[in-house]
Design a protein around this ligand. Structure first.
Ligand SMILES: Nc1ncnc2c1ncn2[C@@H]1O[C@H](COP(=O)(O)OP(=O)(O)O)[C@@H](O)[C@H]1O
Ligand SMILES: O=C(O)C1=C[C@@H](OP(=O)(O)O)[C@@H](O)[C@H](O)C1
Ligand SMILES: [Mg+2]
Length: 178
């Protein structure tokens, strides 16, 4: 079945939004976008440099503009950045233009998946695990609030998650039609 509409992925850093988003786009024949990658392509610099030069507020402004632009397109899968849901305007845009999928993961999994990555400025601290825990506490309710679907990513491969998501999205679509 051809699934119509846009799919937006939200969740913490390391939840798998970029990886699963790309696989889901391939499986559904939709175009894939990642708001971080698009910001990097347009500015010509990596996300940590934007944080350094413009602060988190500068990055958030770019992120909001990018999400507003990409979410309005048709038949896309969009992987957002982990902090996108902090802005109520982003949450409204995501809700309005597509199905929102929350990829959920435990703090331990998130830590393991991001531990060796220098490209996430918010985790370049003395205790990144504690930082993830704090961010999770604030953001988990926001992800839940905006999401049409919540899927637990622990002990599931990217391929398994993609298949599970396809089944859930077909069901969600069928229910909305009924
Ligand atoms: N379900 C999964 N199981 C194991 N590793 C995963 C899973 N999903 C993603 N990863 C790995 O975790 C890391 C972070 O994934 P990424 O897609 O960049 O997350 P996000 O975009 O949500 O921050 C990558 O190395 C990716 O290969
Ligand atoms: O959680 C966050 O605030 C951020 C997550 C990152 O994206 P990923 O969630 O894809 O790692 C990126 O947007 C930036 O480093 C800020
Ligand atoms: Mg990502």
């Amino acid at each position: 079945m051809k699934l119509p509409g846009n799919f937006f992925l939200v969740g913490m850093m390391g939840a798998g939004k970029t990886t699963v988003g790309r696989a889901l786009a391939k499986a559904t024949g939709k175009q894939f976008h990642d708001s971080d990658h698009e910001i990097e392509a347009r500015t010509g610099v990596r996300v940590p440099i934007i944080f350094e030069l413009e602060g988190e507020a500068g990055f958030r402004a770019r992120e909001a503009a990018m999400i507003a632009e990409l979410a309005e397109q048709q038949d896309v899968v969009l992987a957002t950045g982990g902090g996108a849901v902090l802005d109520p305007a982003n949450r409204a845009v995501l809700r309005r233009y597509g199905y929102v999928i929350y990829l959920r993961a435990s703090v331990d999994d998130l830590y393991q998946r991001t531990a060796h990555d220098k490209n996430r400025p918010l985790l370049q601290t003395a205790n990144p695990r504690e930082r993830i825990r704090e961010l999770f506490e604030v953001r988990d309710p926001l992800y839940r609030d905006v999401a049409d679907l919540v899927i637990d990513t622990s002990r599931q491969s990217v391929q398994q998650l993609t298949q599970a998501l396809l089944a859930k999205l077909e069901q969600l679509h069928a229910n909305r039609q009924a």
